[in-house]
Design a protein around this ligand. Structure first.
Ligand SMILES: NC(=O)c1ccc[n+]([C@@H]2O[C@H](COP(=O)([O-])OP(=O)(O)OC[C@H]3O[C@@H](n4cnc5c(N)ncnc54)[C@H](O)[C@@H]3O)[C@@H](O)[C@H]2O)c1
Length: 375
C-alpha cells in the first residue's frame, strides 16, 4: 500500500498526517472541499506541495469515486466538526458526515478500485458521559445531565457532577474503555457513531480491513484559530491572543483528555501499517484527565497575558462532565503510547500560535448557542 487518499487532508489532523505519510515515502492525495468555516482564506499555505490536491466534496459521489479509484488505502477525516453547531445545522452535519461516508462505502463496495484498507476518524463524543465508579453500585454509566442536575448539593453549593443512575449517590470518573456503552448526545456525535458502525459493518461484510479511531481532544498547530465552533484549546488561544479572557462553561472542573496531534498521527500510521489493527476500534487519547479551567489558565500563562478565565457557571446542553480514555487496547494491540506531554505540546502550540492569524469569533458562536436555547 503506497498510495494513500486522505479525505479532509487540508484540515488540522489531516495535514499533519499527510506530512508524515509523505515523509515515510507514501504517495498521498488530499481530497478536501476547503470548507469556508475552517479555511476562510482558501487553500492553507501549510498544505504539503508533494501531495496531490483535489478540491472535492465527499457529498458528491462522482468526484470522490475518481479519487478512491487511485488509492490503495483511504483515511477518511473529512467531516463537519462542531458539537454545538451540529445541534442546529442538523442536515448539514448528517449530509457531510453520514451521507459523505455512505458515498465512500458505496464506492468501495460497487466500484473497481485497489483499496485494501480504510481508516475512519471517530470521536470520544460518541460515549456521552465516560465511565464512572459508584462505591455502592460499582462501574456505572450515567445518562446525559439535565439542567436540573445543576442543583445545590448538601453543602448548598452548585453540583455539576452526574449522580449514580442506580442509587443517585456520588460517583467518580474512571478511564473509559472502548466497550463502554455508547450514548451519543449531539447530532455530531450521532453522525460519528453512525459513520463508525457503517464503516465497520461494510468492512466485515466485504473483507475490507477497517479501523475506527476514537480521537479524544486533539490539539496542536494548524487547528483553525478562527473557527469558534470546535477545539477548546484553539478557541482559548484565539481569545487570549486577542486579549480577551477564555470563557469556561460550568464551574470549569469538568475534564477532557487532550492529545498532541503528532501522537494522533503516529496512531493513524500504526493502524495503517499493522494488520493487528484491522476491524478494530481504538481510543486515541492520553488517559489523563485535565480540567477545562486548568487548560484555560495554562493557555494564558503560555501567551504571558494578564487575564483570568471567565467562569460562567452556565450549562451548555449536551456537554459531558468527564470523559477520558482507557488506552489499554491500543497499547496492548499495537504497542502504542503517547510521547508528548501536555506541557511540551502546549509550549510548541504557543510558539506557533504567536504567529498564526486568530480572528476571535467566539462571541458570535456563543450568541448562536444562546439564541437556539442551548446555553
Ligand atoms: N480535532 C479533534 O479534537 C477531533 C476529535 C475527535 C474526532 N475528530 C475527527 O477527526 C477528523 C479531522 O478533524 P480536524 O480536527 O482535523 O478537523 P478540521 O475541520 O481541521 O478538518 C476537516 C477537514 O475536512 C474538510 N471537509 C469538511 N467537510 C467536507 C466535505 N463535505 N467534503 C470534503 N472535505 C470536507 C474541511 O475543509 C477540513 O479541511 C474529523 O472527522 C473529526 O470528526 C477530531
Amino acid at each position: 500500500m503506497r498510495r494513500i487518499l486522505v479525505t479532509g487532508g487540508a484540515g488540522f489532523i489531516g495535514s499533519h498526517l499527510v506530512d508524515e505519510l509523505l515523509r515515510r515515502g507514501y504517495r498521498v492525495t488530499v481530497f478536501d472541499n476547503l470548507d469556508r468555516q475552517v479555511h476562510p482564506a482558501g487553500l492553507p499555505d501549510y498544505l504539503n506541495l508533494k501531495s496531490t490536491f483535489i478540491r472535492g466534496d465527499v457529498r458528491s459521489r462522482r468526484a470522490l469515486k475518481e479519487a478512491v479509484c487511485q488509492a490503495e488505502a483511504v483515511v477518511h477525516l473529512a467531516a463537519a466538526v462542531g458539537v454545538g453547531q451540529s445541534q442546529y445545522e442538523i442536515a448539514h452535519y448528517v449530509e457531510s458526515n453520514i451521507q459523505g461516508t455512505a458515498n465512500l462505502l458505496d464506492i468501495l463496495v460497487n466500484a473497481r478500485h485497489p483499496v485494501k484498507k480504510l481508516l475512519v476518524a471517530s470521536s470520544m463524543s460518541i460515549y456521552g458521559e465516560g465511565l464512572y465508579e459508584c462505591e455502592k453500585c460499582g462501574r456505572v454509566k450515567p445518562a446525559l445531565r439535565q439542567e436540573a442536575e445543576k442543583c445545590p448539593n448538601k453543602e448548598g453549593k452548585e453540583n455539576w457532577e452526574p449522580a449514580c443512575p442506580h442509587c443517585q449517590g456520588e460517583i467518580k470518573p474512571l478511564p473509559t474503555p472502548e466497550d463502554t456503552p455508547l450514548l451519543a448526545n449531539s447530532i455530531y456525535a450521532i453522525t460519528k457513531k453512525e459513520q463508525e458502525e457503517m464503516a465497520l459493518l461494510i468492512g466485515r461484510t466485504y473483507g475490507l480491513p477497517v479501523v475506527a479511531l476514537r480521537f479524544f481532544n486533539v490539539y496542536g498547530p494548524r487547528q483553525s484559530l478562527s473557527n469558534p465552533y470546535t477545539g477548546v484549546t484553539a478557541i482559548f488561544l484565539s481569545r487570549v491572543k486577542n486579549n480577551r479572557p477564555p470563557v469556561v462553561y460550568e464551574d470549569g472542573w469538568q475534564t477532557r483528555d487532550f492529545i498532541w496531534v503528532g501522537d494522533v498521527v503516529r496512531a493513524c500510521v500504526r493502524c495503517l501499517e499493522s494488520e493487528r489493527a484491522d476491524y478494530q476500534v481504538f481510543n486515541v487519547g492520553t488517559g489523563k484527565p485535565v480540567a477545562i479551567r486548568e487548560m484555560a489558565e495554562m493557555v494564558i500563562k503560555l501567551l504571558k497575558k494578564k487575564l483570568k478565565p471567565e467562569i460562567t457557571y452556565s450549562f451548555r446542553k449536551g456537554d459531558v462532565r468527564h470523559c477520558y480514555a482507557d488506552t489499554t487496547r491500543i497499547h496492548q494491540c499495537l504497542g502504542f503510547t503517547v510521547r508528548t506531554s501536555l506541557e511540551q505540546g502546549l509550549r510548541r502550540l504557543a510558539s506557533w500560535a504567536r504567529k498564526a492569524p486568530a480572528e476571535d469569533r467566539f462571541e458570535q458562536a456563543a450568541r448562536e448557542l444562546k439564541e437556539k436555547g442551548l446555553t
